[in-house]
Each structure stands twice: as structure tokens, then as C-alpha cells.
Design a binder for this molecule. Structure first.
Ligand code: NIG
Ligand code: FE
Length: 412
């Protein structure tokens, strides 16, 4: 007798070969009309046609609409204090993101607020965002440090990420992003990188699964990225890199050289670098919310990545410059602004997103042996996700086999 059976009008299993999805599998949803998922001990026991799975369960949810894996958000800066709504007005008036950063706004302003907030305050603010993510169907999220830029606050951020993972239905994956900006205490970028390597990484070791750096003009260059990520590897952290968000400084090559699992943003990535990523099997984490909120018309060339066989993942980039918890919104932008098909965008938001945070064997598809993380949407089929935009289509969320959202409300 199963704990729970979920029956669906349309079930997206995302079944397929092991490994990040490319080629024909970049758009393969494994659709079952009138499908069902049987759940036992928080995991998926069986998946198939509802008629084959029967009704031997303590509980049955009969859902006429769409059932799919919980969204995986593989790139967020969800831990921060305060907000920067007035900067949107500056951007509308024509000031650029880097100009705002250079005059002490942007990331540095959030650093000041995040340093001031004590652990409980930061936890409260992050929990509100984790709640919203869950309500919008996200069941696992990567979260980065990077608004501390000193030992104490970077550790406070990593501890908040771990506490959310322990106490909130959402699973969190921690990334150390000490190299997010140059803090006011330093005037030399190389000295700051030395400080991160010598003083902060030994403490981040064991708390963070990944290390990330903002490789960007006026922030950190390719050589600094190489030094930082090589050191992080020695501390057991897997490299990731923010590359080509605004300008191309060669971050993809550094990532490829060091075996980075993914490179992120990739708005200005060259054809040669796209080939290199395909060769290395590096995942392209594309974040279309960011150009949207930078008032830019330049989006990552998603079609090129897909056509050349680079696995594509999507993420919110949730941060005070691009504040959305909604993977549904990201799918809308990916389809409309990067011309990803609804199917490609869903693969990129589930199974490929899971692989880009090293969790493709546990989550991201509805296959026996994986965690029972499911999202139930009030739509008849998957094409409604990019189509019916700006509202929350999620009704029910199941995490580790338990109903955690019901009727659009958190139920735990
Ligand atoms: O990925 N680009 C660097 N970091 C974030 C923005 C952080 C911020 O503006 O607070 C990003 O876009
Ligand atoms: Fe980011």
C-alpha cells in the first residue's frame, strides 16, 4: 500500500537518459496523459498510466490539470537584507547597473544592509522569499553568499542557507560567492582575492558545495577568477562562474579550464566559447530575468547553446536587482525573449537545473527512486506556463512526499 498516489490529467515525467539533457532530449517532457505517480517514504515508487498503478494507497490526489516535477532554481542570491526599489527608477532614467555599483549602490548597498542584519533578521527575510518560491512551485534552490564580503557576514549567510534547508520545506544548496564585489575595506582587488583565499575559504569549506565569482568588467577579471576558483577547488568546492553578463572577459574559458559545472548569465558569450562549453559538457545557466530588470534587449543566445548541444538550465537569479521568486516568470521570459520552446524551457527548469547543481540523480524528474517533489498546476497542459503569465498557476506542491502547499497556501 503506497502512502500517496497523485493522478494527473497531464503528467510530465521528464524521464530520459542519465546526465544533462541535450539534442532531442532538450525538449523531451515524457508526457503521460492520465498518468499517475505512486509515492512511498518520501520517494517515487512507481510512475505510469493511472489505470496501471491502480488505487492501493492511503491517500489519492485526483488532479485534472498538469503535474510535473517541482521547479529547481539553480542560481539565486536569495539571502539579503533590505531592497533597492529606487534603483529601478534610476535605471529607467538611464543610469547603468555598473554606474550604480561604482557609486556605492547596487551590491555594495545590499552588503551594508546585510552586514547590519543579525542572523535572525536575515533568516526571517530569507524565509519570506523561500515561502514565495515554494508557493510558486520551486522545491529546491541554490543560494549564494556574497553580500557579506567579510568573514563574519559570509559565514552568517552560509548559516542562513543551511538553516533554511534544515527548517523549510525547500531544499537549499549553498554556494560561496565571496568574490561578488570589492568591499570598501579594500582598494586592491588582488589583495581582496588573497584575503578570501587565505582567511575566508578555510571557513567556507564544508559549508558550501560550490564556489562562484562575478567575472565582470570593473569587478573581477579572468586571472583573479582563475586564482580564486583554483583555490576553492583545493577546499573541496566545485567551481561555477558568473560570466559575460554585461561584458565578455573570458570567464567561460576559465570555467572550462577548471572543470566548472556551469557558467551563468552568458549574454555576451562568443561562438567559440559556446563550442568549448559543448565539448566540456558545461551547463549554461541562463537568467533572463536579469536583462529584463537591467532594461536591456540583450538576452543570452539560448538557441545557439541548444543547437550546439550545450545543456541549458534556467534560473531566477533572485537578488535585489532582479527580485523574482517565480520560475514561471522565468519560463515566460525564456520563451518570449530567448525563443526557447515551452518544452525546452521546462527541461531547463527541472532536470537540467538539477544537474547544474549536482542533483540530477535525486530530483528534476518523476522517475522511480527520486525524491517525490511534485508541482500541481491549474492548467490543462504545459504550454500554458509561458502563455498565461504574471499570475501563479501553482495550486499544490508536494515535497518529499508531503503536501506542503494546497489551494495556493502553505499547508505546513
Ligand atoms: O547575478 N551579477 C552579479 N550578481 C547578481 C546581482 C547582484 C545584485 O545586484 O545585488 C547577478 O545579477
Ligand atoms: Fe547571479
Amino acid at each position: 500500500m503506497y502512502d500517496l498516489i497523485v493522478r494527473a490529467g497531464q503528467l510530465l515525467t521528464l524521464e530520459g537518459p542519465k546526465g544533462p539533457r541535450t539534442g532531442e532530449y532538450a525538449s523531451h517532457l515524457g508526457i503521460l496523459e492520465n498518468g499517475a505517480v505512486a509515492i512511498e517514504d518520501g520517494g517515487i515508487a512507481e510512475v505510469g498510466k493511472a489505470s496501471e498503478i491502480g488505487s492501493a494507497a492511503r491517500n489519492i490526489i485526483e488532479w485534472k490539470g498538469l503535474v510535473m516535477p517541482g521547479f529547481v532554481d539553480p542560481h539565486t542570491h536569495a539571502v539579503f537584507s533590505g531592497s533597492r526599489e529606487d534603483e529601478l527608477k534610476m535605471k529607467i532614467e538611464g543610469r547603468t547597473y555598473l554606474e550604480i555599483l561604482q557609486t556605492g549602490g547596487g551590491i555594495l548597498r545590499t552588503v551594508r544592509a546585510t552586514r547590519k542584519a543579525d542572523f535572525q533578521q536575515l533568516l526571517r527575510e530569507t524565509k519570506m522569499r523561500a515561502d514565495t518560491m515554494l508557493l510558486y512551485g520551486t522545491t529546491t534552490a541554490e543560494m549564494k553568499s556574497g553580500y557579506g564580503l567579510d568573514l563574519e557576514t559570509e559565514m552568517k549567510m552560509l548559516d542562513v542557507i543551511s538553516e533554511i534547508g534544515r527548517t523549510h520545506p525547500i531544499d537549499t544548496v549553498p554556494t560561496f560567492l565571496g568574490a561578488h564585489a570589492l568591499p570598501p575595506e579594500f582598494s586592491d582587488r588582488d589583495e581582496y582575492i588573497d584575503f578570501l583565499i587565505g582567511d575566508v575559504m578555510p571557513e567556507a569549506k564544508g559549508k558550501a558545495r560550490f564556489a562562484d565569482i562575478f567575472c565582470e568588467k570593473g569587478v573581477f577579471d579572468a586571472e583573479q577568477s582563475r586564482r580564486y576558483l583554483s583555490a576553492a577547488k583545493k577546499y573541496g568546492m566545485i567551481p561555477k562562474i558568473h560570466a559575460d553578463e554585461i561584458e565578455n572577459l573570458g570567464g567561460v574559458r576559465v570555467g572550462a579550464e577548471l572543470g566548472a559545472i556551469s557558467a551563468e548569465h552568458l549574454v555576451r558569450t562568443s561562438d567559440e566559447e559556446i563550442e568549448l562549453m559543448a565539448e566540456k559538457g558545461m551547463i549554461a545557466d541562463l537568467l533572463p530575468g536579469t536583462p529584463h530588470m537591467l532594461l536591456s534587449d540583450h538576452y543570452a543566445p539560448a538557441r545557439k547553446f541548444i543547437e550546439r548541444g550545450v545543456p541549458v538550465a534556467l534560473a531566477t537569479d533572485l537578488n535585489p536587482n532582479c527580485w523574482t521568486e517565480s520560475m514561471q516568470m522565468v519560463i515566460n521570459l525564456a520563451s518570449l525573449r530567448m525563443r526557447m520552446s515551452p518544452e525546452e524551457a521546462i527541461v531547463a527548469s527541472t532536470i537540467n537545473a538539477a544537474y547544474s547543481i549536482g542533483m540530477g540523480d535525486e530530483i528534476g524528474s518523476l522517475e522511480p527512486g527520486k525524491k517525490a517533489d511534485l508541482t500541481l498546476l491549474s492548467v490543462p497542459n504545459h504550454m500554458h506556463i509561458p502563455y498565461h503569465f504574471g499570475v501563479n498557476l501553482v495550486d499544490t506542491v508536494i515535497k518529499d512526499g508531503k503536501v506542503v502547499v494546497r489551494d495556493g497556501q502553505i499547508s505546513v
